[in-house]
Ligand binder design. Structure first.
Ligand SMILES: CC(C)(COP(=O)(O)OP(=O)(O)OC[C@H]1O[C@@H](n2cnc3c(N)ncnc32)[C@H](O)[C@@H]1OP(=O)(O)O)[C@@H](O)C(=O)NCCC(=O)NCCS
Length: 179
């Protein structure tokens, strides 16, 4: 696991494993993101503790203490041991466009908990262009295909009015360093 003290990601951000103290900040960032579904603070506390080995946060000296520049919340799906599933990734508006999300994904697949991982998965709403470009760019940087298959259909969300979320399956990843 990445140590709780941040290491510089090369872009001026510190990346480190999430801890319980990050849960509320992750929730706040998700609420402010304009695109992520806001879950409860408790859900982010669970991610930052039970799933800490696959959840990373990004800090920045430019931000007030306690605020995050970004986070990625992921887990290993029990039925697909060769995959890591990105449940949410978010970057604070002020930190966007500096490749932080791309670095978070690279750091995620480099974690010890992802040593056996060959596929990075996420469901992506087709209307979310930044998210689509992020995951396709990750596939391109690693020189592997991004297969788009059935994920969650609009019917799965009924009676809510929610766009379908196809599954992006990216891999097979050959190593931890982008090609
Ligand atoms: C999606 C998000 C995480 C991207 O963060 P970021 O740090 O700005 O992304 P990066 O700088 O690493 O850019 C990654 C790719 O996305 C593209 N991109 C980023 N923002 C974009 C935008 N607003 N419009 C179009 N493309 C965009 C970049 O050009 C880059 O593509 P490239 O590799 O082809 O050049 C950020 O916009 C965000 O937090 N959005 C709200 C939450 C969300 O939608 N999360 C994803 C669903 S879980």
């Amino acid at each position: 696991m990445i140590a709780p003290s941040p290491h510089d990601d090369g872009g001026g951000f510190g990346l480190r494993a999430a801890t319980a103290r990050d849960g509320v900040a992750m929730w706040r960032l998700a609420c402010a993101s304009g695109a992520l579904e806001p879950n409860t603070p408790y859900a982010y506390l669970l991610l930052a503790t039970h799933f800490a080995s696959t959840c990373l946060v990004a800090t920045s000296p430019e931000l007030p203490p306690g605020e995050l520049a970004g986070f990625v919340a992921a887990y290993r799906p029990p039925s697909r041991p060769d995959a890591v599933f990105v449940w949410q990734i978010g970057v604070a508006a002020a930190a966007r466009g500096r490749r932080l999300a791309s670095r978070l994904l690279d750091a995620l697949v480099s974690l010890p908990a992802c040593r056996e991982v060959r596929f990075l998965e996420a469901t992506v709403a087709p209307s979310n262009t930044p998210s689509t470009r992020l995951f396709k760019g990750f596939a391109r940087a690693h020189g592997v295909p991004c297969e788009v298959g059935p994920g969650f259909t609009a019917d799965d969300f009924a009676p809510l009015d929610h766009e379908a979320e196809p599954l992006f399956r990216i891999g097979p990843l050959k190593g931890t360093t982008p090609a």
